[in-house]
Design a binder for this molecule. Sequence first.
Ligand SMILES: C[C@](O)(CO)[C@H](O)COP(=O)(O)OP(=O)(O)OC[C@H]1O[C@@H](n2ccc(N)nc2=O)[C@H](O)[C@@H]1O
Ligand SMILES: Nc1ncnc2c1ncn2[C@@H]1O[C@H](COP(=O)(O)OP(=O)(O)OP(=O)(O)O)[C@@H](O)[C@H]1O
Length: 270
Amino acid sequence: MIVFPNAKINLGLLVTSKRPDGYHNIETIFHPVHQLCDILEVIDNDEKEDVFSTSGLVIDGPASDNLILKALALIRECAPLPPLKIHLHKKIPFGAGLGGGSADASFMLKLLNEQYHLNLSTRTLELMAARLGADCPVFIENKPVLARGIGNEFSPINLSLSHLWLQIVIPPIHVPTAHAYSNISPFQPESSLEDLLSRPIENWKATLKNDFESSVFERYPEIMAIKEHLYNQGALYAAMSGSGSAVFGLFKNKPETEWADNYVIHTEQL
Ligand SMILES: C[C@](O)(CO)[C@H](O)COP(=O)(O)OP(=O)(O)OC[C@H]1O[C@@H](n2ccc(N)nc2=O)[C@H](O)[C@@H]1O
Ligand SMILES: Nc1ncnc2c1ncn2[C@@H]1O[C@H](COP(=O)(O)OP(=O)(O)OP(=O)(O)O)[C@@H](O)[C@H]1O
């Protein structure tokens, strides 16, 4: 079976408090980016052991640390599976706040559930995904949603961005998530994200924020410059995604901006 784990962006990201377990409570809107995706294939393997291979972008760290293999190990805790041949073609830049590794992990859970008729419910899959990372559960249902808690308590939202153009600009900078959280001072805002998003998109620039931006922009002015350039090019709204380094803009018309050669650019109509 082949699946296409996709990226996400965060529309607003409030870090509201630090928890006793060291994690942070957040409030954010997750929005899937369907056309920026990896390719994940899993088939039965005739050999005795699993074989895992990758192509595309070279992921840092040993292959055994890949979240896909951690997802496989979790499923094997509750169901026997044959030896597998797994191939990941990596296209989503990582360390960019686009949740690519998290998407791979959750799509692996969903793929195995379907391919081997495991009948695990959506809720069970979300709980398993939460053991792999805070960003993983949202990729089980993979639709726009308001998230609270550590990013895994979901409420439905009424938000349509269809017909807007999305441009994501990814500079060659990796921002480690744990490091970004350690530089944050949590703050409980007066207005909830839901309130802010219900206002016209023209108001978002003044009201909707990503709490990681100030510390990340201070350390990497190049990322702030991308956001400013997106606004100069006519973005209705622009912001960093997650803990960076990707920055996205929402436009009425297809943006034709030229960017540095070493940036990865993704443009799609929502
Ligand atoms: C910034 C976001 O991308 C927003 O969607 C996510 O909160 C990041 O989620 P993630 O990459 O899946 O994070 P994890 O792999 O679970 O955690 C990495 C590290 O980030 C910190 N972390 C993560 C999520 C969270 N709500 N609070 C945290 O403090 C913790 O130090 C943790 O050790
Ligand atoms: N399948 C995978 N794809 C990408 N990175 C992976 C994968 N499995 C493990 N990793 C590790 O996770 C790190 C970053 O993962 P990810 O792509 O989720 O980060 P991100 O884009 O910053 O997303 P997030 O929004 O979750 O912070 C990589 O540097 C790599 O070491």
